[in-house]
Write a protein that binds this ligand. Structure first.
Ligand code: AMP
Ligand code: ZN
Length: 495
């Protein structure tokens, strides 16, 4: 029997603002779409947080034995800068800055994105489509919206008619809970050309001059697709007109996801997504992480220690562990102290895990392992509550330690259940990379052994009164950042 049949998953749906029982459209199968990165620059750690939240959601759904089609796109065209100037789209602007072709920019930062995902042990999505690979689908959708009266052409561009949409009984603003009248008051006609009937109409297709490098032929002349349309085109193509889960950072709720709802409803008459999941933001020292404010750090800078925000490097497993100690819908603030605390907690869990293979079995169990296991499931079933799951893993670590000390007893079956549940949730569901942590542990062991050997050689040199050699050993270790401390109990070291 698939595991999902014995677990009842609840997810928080932005559309209703409530936690709802999760029921996929087709039993046993899930379609999930997550807005991917705009590859005009390196992803920052904030982006990684959002993608990691969905990586864990994907992992848990797979663990529950669902067959998941997970689509995460690459935005490689159409994302305008905040000023909305079409000759200033993000790729064109960056390509001028770096003196590269726009497609070289796309390639460079797609490669960087994948490297980051590998570093942090992400599972690849099942489909990773690009906007430029789906221009035809976007043109077709635009035409469909024109034909049904939801969109109009103006000076070679095509806009979605928000008023028409509302006139036909639908409600633009339902996802982000915005009032259309307020929207009227707050939106400006960004391109200032009065191309739109109403300021809140959004572009499905933008006309582009020959100077604009990224442009394609269309029934309305040369141009490029709007950002909101690409996600509707790709999600419809791979997941159908209605699918189960759509995710992204909460900053995408409006206008991006609101426009996706409107496009889907206008095309097919019904809401395209059953469950909208939105992640909260990563802040650093209390401020939202973002490229535009300069308050950001690149993921590999944190891992290599190549930055001014953190005192030392933190390995990818520690970063993952730190991120997952906050629920995906809560703000997460990272700081040096938070990372150091996560590092300690992570090592405590790993130390306990290492003991599982040597636990001694008894004839009876004094601890209820099956109940603890269900607590782990309950945590994840409650809208993927990773901090509660981690608290349960610490409880599991306590079980391991008390059984190891002989204070409590477990049968061999319960030891097996404790060990497999612990490793399943830590490695398969939370995505901690067991291989890396094993390699790191091995390397640390070897390094410690080597330093002990050098201490012995130094002691021998001192006994032989060869002070030149003993000083050389000490000084060269200091140069490598390893301090020796001579005390009554012998020589200790710190790295
Ligand atoms: P972008 O490449 O800007 O479209 O962003 C990719 C994803 O990262 C989107 O889902 C954003 O919502 C998300 N994102 C951007 N900034 C942050 C942040 N500071 N914390 C968490 N997620 C973020
Ligand atoms: Zn999107």
């Amino acid at each position: 029997m698939p595991l999902y049949k014995s677990q009842s998953l609840k997810v928080h749906n932005t559309l209703s603002g409530e936690k709802e029982n999760f029921n996929p459209i087709h039993e046993g199968n899930i379609g999930m779409y997550v807005c991917g990165p705009t590859v005009y620059s390196n992803v920052h750690l904030g982006n990684v947080r959002t993608f990691m939240s969905f990586d864990v959601i994907f992992r848990y759904l797979l663990h529950l034995d669902y067959k998941v089609r997970y689509v995460r796109n690459i935005t490689d065209a159409g994302h305008l800068t905040d000023d909305g100037d079409i000759d200033n789209d993000r790729f064109v602007k960056q390509s001028r800055l770096e003196k590269l072709e726009p497609m070289e920019i796309v390639q460079k930062y797609t490669v960087d994105f994948h490297k980051v995902l590998d570093t942090f042990n992400f599972l690849p999505p099942t489909i990773e489509p690009t906007a430029t690979g789906h221009i035809i689908e976007q043109i077709e959708l635009t035409q469909k919206l024109i034909d049904s009266g939801f969109a109009y052409e103006s000076k070679g561009s095509v806009y979605f008619d928000v008023f028409e949409y509302n006139k036909r009984g639908m409600k633009y603003g339902e996802l982000s809970n915005r009032n259309i009248d307020e929207l009227f008051a707050n939106t400006r006609d960004l391109d200032g050309q009065n191309e739109k009937k109403n300021p809140q109409d959004f572009a499905l297709w933008k006309s582009a001059s020959p100077a604009h490098i990224m442009r394609w032929n269309s029934p309305w002349g040369e141009g490029f697709p709007g950002w909101h349309l690409e996600c509707t085109a790709m999600s419809t193509k791979y997941l159908g007109e209605k699918f189960d889960i759509h995710g992204g950072g909460m900053d995408l709720k409006f206008p991006h996801h609101e426009c996706e709802v409107a496009q889907g409803k206008a095309c097919n008459g019904e809401s395209p997504v059953n469950y909208w999941l939105h992640t909260n933001m990563l802040t650093m020292n209390g401020l939202r992480m973002s490229k535009s404010t300069g308050n950001y750090i690149l993921p590999l800078e944190l891992v290599k220690g190549d930055n001014t925000f953190f005192e030392k490097p933190f390995e990818p497993n520690i970063v993952r562990f730190c991120f997952l100690q906050a629920h995906y819908r809560s703000v997460l603030d990272i700081s040096n102290d938070a990372m150091v605390a996560s590092e300690k907690g992570y090592h405590r869990l790993m130390e306990s895990y290492k003991l599982t293979s040597s636990l001694k079995a008894s004839n009876s169990s004094s601890l209820d392992v099956a109940a603890w296991r269900q607590n782990c499931y309950d945590a994840m079933n409650d809208d993927f509550n990773t901090p509660i799951l981690i608290a349960q893993l610490f409880e599991g670590a306590r079980y391991i330690n008390v059984v190891n000390d002989g204070a409590e007893t477990l049968t061999s079956e319960d030891i097996e259940l404790l060990s497999t549940t612990f490793s399943t949730f830590l490695f398969d569901v939370l995505g901690v990379n067991n291989k890396i942590s094993q390699n790191t542990a091995d390397t640390t062991e070897k390094l410690n052994g080597t330093i002990e050997l050098l201490i012995q050689m130094r002691n021998q040199a001192r006994a032989d009164k060869n002070f030149a050699l003993s000083d050389q050993i000490r000084d060269q270790l200091i140069a490598l950042g390893i301090q020796l401390k001579d005390g009554k109990e012998g020589t200790s070291f710190s790295i």
